[in-house]
Ligand binder design. Structure first.
Ligand SMILES: Cc1ncc(COP(=O)(O)O)c(C=O)c1O
Length: 452
């Protein structure tokens, strides 16, 4: 194990501040960063030798845990053979063919074919472009808009930033892309739907489609569980209704399973729980467990058939140099084998229940916690000043950040906060002891920071 002295650490911090613009960059965040050195399973160790449980699978992606030698071997083997080949017009490679076939076989029954990307953002951007392309092929060129949801996170490109329903991501980057709109609570809504944990219901989508005009709407995009927006779970019946509404108004349903895909919710893909199938499925993250960047969007038979039977002037001119990258594909294939052989989807379901029950027992009666929620191995909770009245902390209190800091520094657990919400998504390989450690460190931090 390599640990470094204070002078070397200070030098790294200096160079980091000088030369590295981080995602969501704000220089004060980087004055005393945790600089990671290595990892094993759910554990990460920093350059000073301190160990942490990675309770968010780093960025919701390291499904099979850290330090997997099999994935290093898969990458090395493919790089020695040939690291990269052209996959454009008339060329292909074996790992990409095999990974496409495997991934489609694991996805919903109505799925037929996929396009490989390098990230979740590219998956969603491509899914949207494909929806527009499809409607043009159907002779319906007015169907161009995309409807997304409040609190959704769909990525960092200009279009996916515009899909994202979190205004904090828009500031100073506007104007947003035209034709991308969001659901919002309709005036005078009277319905008996049980709301999702963030208050939304399926009628919000119907109202948005009617507001925009069904003939102008190409697609609706939704995460089965809103992740980066704070982990908000759907009510029973929500996605069944979403499917009906999309069918009624001929709107394609894009499921953004960049976080939920490959077992996170205790099902290989999250909508299986409700027997719902999307028209386009966006994936990334766990397809390679983050060992190498990769994503994809998968399309239904209906869309694949349309793409396979285009007129000669309608080539699908969507492309990335690294699409169907042989090395990334080899890692993805080996990674999916681990998920299946180690029965990680089943483990996610079991450990998710333990995490949910653990939080309920430790925090269910807390004076400072509300809205405990989880679906499989993705969970969230809301910190409040007074759980009886629901009174929130003032933003200036920075309560989420304080609790997360205590968890990291004192409890050795790394996770993320979104405003006053703490979110959790440990690697799918997590065991009972590690789940209990996460629960204990969370409860302790909340108790110390809130003084309860
Ligand atoms: C649901 C969802 N969609 C899309 C993205 C964007 O993926 P990427 O950061 O790989 O571009 C993310 C990233 O966290 C995500 O959580």
């Amino acid at each position: 194990m390599t640990t470094i002295d204070d002078a070397t650490y200070a030098q790294y911090v200096h160079e980091d501040l000088a030369h590295l613009i981080h995602p969501q960059y704000y220089a004060p965040d980087h004055q005393a960063p945790v600089i990671f050195d290595h990892g094993e399973g759910v554990w990460l160790t920093d350059v000073k030798g301190k160990r942490y449980i990675d309770a968010l699978s780093s960025l919701w992606n390291v499904a099979v845990g850290h330090g997997r030698g099999e994935l290093a071997d898969a990458a090395a083997e493919q790089i020695r053979k040939v690291a990269f080949t052209n996959n454009y017009v008339g060329f292909s490679n074996v790992p990409a063919i095999q990974l496409a076939t495997k991934t489609v076989s694991l996805a919903y029954d109505n799925m037929a074919a996929l396009f490989f990307t390098n990230s979740g953002s590219e998956s969603n951007e491509g899914a949207f472009k494909t929806a527009r392309f499809y409607w043009n092929l159907q002779g319906r060129p007015t169907k161009t808009k995309l409807i997304a949801r409040e609190r959704a996170y769909h990525g960092g490109t200009l279009a996916t930033m515009s899909m994202t329903g979190l205004p904090v991501f828009w500031k100073y980057f506007g104007p947003l892309v035209d034709g991308i709109v969001h659901t919002k609570k309709p005036d005078n809504l009277e319905c008996d739907c049980e709301p999702n944990t963030d208050g939304e219901c399926a009628h919000w989508l119907e109202a948005a489609i009617l507001r925009e005009g069904p003939d102008t709407v190409a697609a609706f995009i939704a995460e089965p569980v809103k992740g980066a927006g704070g982990v908000w779970t759907p009510a029973p019946g929500y996605f069944e209704r979403i499917r009906e509404i999309c069918d009624k108004y001929e709107v394609l349903f894009i499921a953004d399973e960049v976080i939920t895909g490959f077992g996170r919710t205790g099902y290989m893909f999250a909508l299986e729980r409700w027997n719902v199938q999307p028209d386009i499925l966006s994936i990334a993250k766990a397809i390679t467990s983050g060992y190498i960047p990769m994503g994809a969007f998968i399309v239904s038979h209906q869309i694949a058939d349309a793409l396979n039977n285009v007129p000669s002037d309608a080539r699908f001119m969507h492309a990335y140099t690294n699409s169907a990258h042989p090395t990334a594909s080899a890692v993805g294939l080996r990674n999916l084998r681990i998920i299946e052989e180690e029965r990680l989807v089943e483990n996610a379901a079991a450990m998710g229940e333990r995490l949910g029950d653990g939080f309920q027992q430790a925090l269910g009666k807390s004076a400072h916690v509300t809205n405990l929620r989880h679906l499989g191995l993705i969970a969230g909770l809301t910190l409040v000043k007074d759980a009886r009245t629901g009174e929130a902390y003032a933003p200036a209190d920075g309560i989420g950040g304080k609790v997360a800091k205590h968890m990291r520094e004192e409890g050795g657990v790394i996770t993320r906060f979104v405003g006053d919400n703490l979110v959790f998504a440990p690697p799918l390989v997590v065991n009972a002891f590690e789940i209990d450690h996460i629960v204990e460190a969370t409860a302790k931090a909340i108790s110390v920071v809130t003084g309860a």
